[in-house]
Design a binder for this molecule. Structure first.
Ligand code: EZ4
Ligand code: CO
Length: 413
């Protein structure tokens, strides 16, 4: 059979999502996530203006060949827009193949290597009391791992910290619409000061260990804001608190920066949510500079590319930590969960649950049980977009913030 129809769906049930729908000549539908936070329409155009006509008439079973055709055929290599578009096609074709086989995708990837996928939640609070309250809430839900982010004195709203106050767990969304809920014409701005952060944060981890004991897996995201030597100092300072990982401690472009961090510390390192290709990891993996691969299936060329990347990492004893924020749609999340269940070198999966509106638009079959997710046993990825429900949520421009140092200099956010 062949690919008959290629449609791009843009919807905004509280936040924007771009979803690819591929329909075969015998009526099988596959879904792919193409959401690139803050740059959504560029990927939608790449798909509908450039790839759609190339895909119509192709054999939907030739997934590897289609991947190479789109990747090498573009001549221009890599980049988040291109790789998100290719990822969406790849996911949709795997969804179709697994539906044709009558199996959940993880079966085609080799079957389950574990009973469930350990996930970590985002705990945050503007101060320690609010953060501790959030951690307690997650422990009560059965989570065994939490990412902790907290306010830094004097800085106001910063990355990763919910401003909604204690007790509210699932509300953190960094891409902001305008204050009235309409389209944002430009990003809002936040302030940053690394010195204050470096002196504040180790004490927070110390209190968490005191209050929550040694069993809890504690993760933390540096969000690319430290210089190599600052990150080395931080990773060394927090060693006594036994972090599960320190994520994105240095800017993403500079693979060699992590050599310096490694020289100084045994804190496990994770990086890669802004990467889009195995080549972004070549130095990191072959020199064993990281412990976890943070790519999103949605931004790194889909299931085909992600499986190769994780197999490459496995040779060096490096494990997965697939990106799973709310800006990855439930389709992209399902793709991650099938991989997580199947691969041997699984580490942990990020899990920021989508809001109720999103889950009315995307019908999911994955299940959560005491800190573990399972992708479910529906044929394919197990997620279907309800196009009628999606049509009720018009695209609304929203942007991730821009960060500035206290003197006004633009900094990594
Ligand atoms: O800031 O997905 O680890 N998770 C993260 C995310 C990213 C957003 C950006 O779109 O760093 O919250
Ligand atoms: Co991150």
């Amino acid at each position: 059979m062949t690919i008959d129809l290629v449609d791009v769906n843009i919807t905004s049930p509280g936040r924007n999502f771009v979803t690819l729908k591929i329909t075969t000549s015998d009526g099988i539908v596959g879904w792919g996530d193409a959401t690139l936070n803050g740059r959504e329409l560029a990927v939608a155009s790449y798909l509908s203006d450039h790839l759609a006509s190339m895909l119509v008439g192709r054999d939907e079973d030739r997934i590897e060949d289609t991947w190479q055709y789109l990747y090498r055929g573009a001549y221009w290599r890599r980049g988040p827009v291109t790789m998100a578009a290719i990822a969406a096609v790849d996911m949709a074709l795997w969804d179709i193949k697994a539906k044709k086989a009558g199996m959940p995708l993880y079966q085609l990837l080799g079957g389950a290597s574990r009973d469930g996928v350990r996930v970590y939640a985002h705990a945050s609070g503007t101060d320690y009391a609010a953060l501790a309250n959030a951690i307690t809430g997650y422990e009560e839900l059965g989570f065994t791992a939490v990412r902790v982010q907290t306010g830094v004195p004097g800085l106001g709203q910063i990355y990763g910290v919910s401003s909604a106050g204690p007790g509210v767990r699932y509300d953190y969304e960094p891409a902001k619409r305008a204050a009235d809920g309409g389209a944002a014409e430009r990003p809002h701005e936040e302030n940053w000061d690394t010195r204050t952060y470096l002196s504040h944060m180790p004490g927070v981890f110390a209190r968490i260990r005191e209050d929550f004991g040694t069993g809890l897996r504690i993760l933390h995201d540096g969000h690319h804001r430290m210089s190599p030597i600052e990150a080395a100092r931080f990773a060394k300072d927090v060693e006594p608190y036994d972090l599960f990982w320190l994520e994105d401690c240095t800017p993403g472009e500079d693979q060699a920066a992590l050599r310096l961090v490694r020289q100084h510390s045994t804190t496990p390192l994770a990086i890669g949510e802004i990467f889009n290709s195995v080549y972004d990891y070549q130095t990191l993996i072959t020199e064993r500079l990281i412990d976890y691969v943070r790519s999103a299936v949605t931004h790194t060329g889909g299931i085909t590319a992600m499986k190769k990347l994780l197999d490459f990492a496995a040779v060096y004893g490096i494990r997965s930590g697939i990106h799973g924020p709310t800006d990855i749609s439930p389709v992209g999340m399902a793709a991650a969960l099938h991989l997580d269940l199947a691969i041997h070198n699984f580490g942990i999966q990020e899990y920021m649950p989508h809001n109720a509106e999103t889950l009315e638009v995307f019908r999911t079959s994955f299940t959560f049980d005491r800190g573990f997710l399972h992708p479910g046993d529906q044929p394919g990825l197990g997620v279907e977009l309800d196009e009628e429900a999606a049509a009720g949520h018009a695209y609304t421009k929203a942007y991730l913030p821009v960060n500035r140092l206290l003197d006004g200099t633009v900094h990594d956010w």
